[in-house]
Design a protein around this ligand. Sequence first.
Ligand code: GDP
Length: 298
Amino acid sequence: MFDTLSDRLSGIFTKLRGKGKLTDADIDATAREIRLALLEADVALPVVKAFIASLKERARGAEVSQALNPAQQIIKIVHEELINILGGEGRRLVFAKQPPTVIMLAGLQGAGKTTLAGKLARWLRTQGHQPLLVAADLQRPNAVNQLQVVGGRAGVDVYAPEPGSGVGDPVKVAKDSIEVARRTAKDIVIVDTAGRLGIDAEMMRQAADIRAAVDPDEVIFVIDAMVGQDAVQTAEAFRDGVGITGVVLSKLDGDARGGAALSVRHVTGQPILFASTGEKLEDFDVFHPDRMASRILG
Ligand code: GDP
């Protein structure tokens, strides 16, 4: 991911090397090239606009340091602005004062929710927690089974309706799971919910109903970083339809242009909490805006 953007940026910086001082015309030309590079990487237009406005202001401003040459100054500003759009300091998971902490996962079908449920459960176990996975995705025939497989791999219990029990109500399953967690001394409940291939009113309503029933401490929107410009609409729909408190980027190991990853924080106003980088449960880590920004700059 980000290979093209990294190459483009490094080409832009190379042109600045050897320049003694940057004129306003140099700054404008550089800003224009960076704008194009971001747009070609599928970064959403409002994010690009905010980025470029800040870049120009800072490049022209008084902060210009004597210790850095013009190329280094621009690289420093771009680095800091990348960190900024990725969420600055970052934020850690919020835990309930009274366990269980409830984490609800939401996102389109195929975004990586069920895989994330397993990754998160495994990671939380390594932190000394006792998570319970909850199969509230009763839409796809195989979803419950898939969560059970993932739970088995992560070594955590899965709460799911018995096959053929007639319990087909995901809101009830989610609600009941909190009591199950209390009874079985689990301190974290991770609720996997149903997605659809596209934004769908019924899916949003169900997710909103689950949210209302379990009053989660975190509602994590899982987004496939491989999707391009559609990411913005999807993120906005979940922000407005369900209400989200954080984001997880999945499939960062793919070779997409990376625009979704760079836009989602700005578009949703919510922090990116974790990053998923593969199909295995261990391909997962806390998200660090500064590390991602450094990776983009190569
Ligand atoms: P859900 O429909 O949102 O629950 O999505 P799934 O968890 O079933 O994931 C959909 C597909 O994406 C599966 O084939 C996963 O193995 C795959 N997947 C999930 N996360 C990642 C990731 O970070 N990287 C890669 N390469 N594949 C992933």
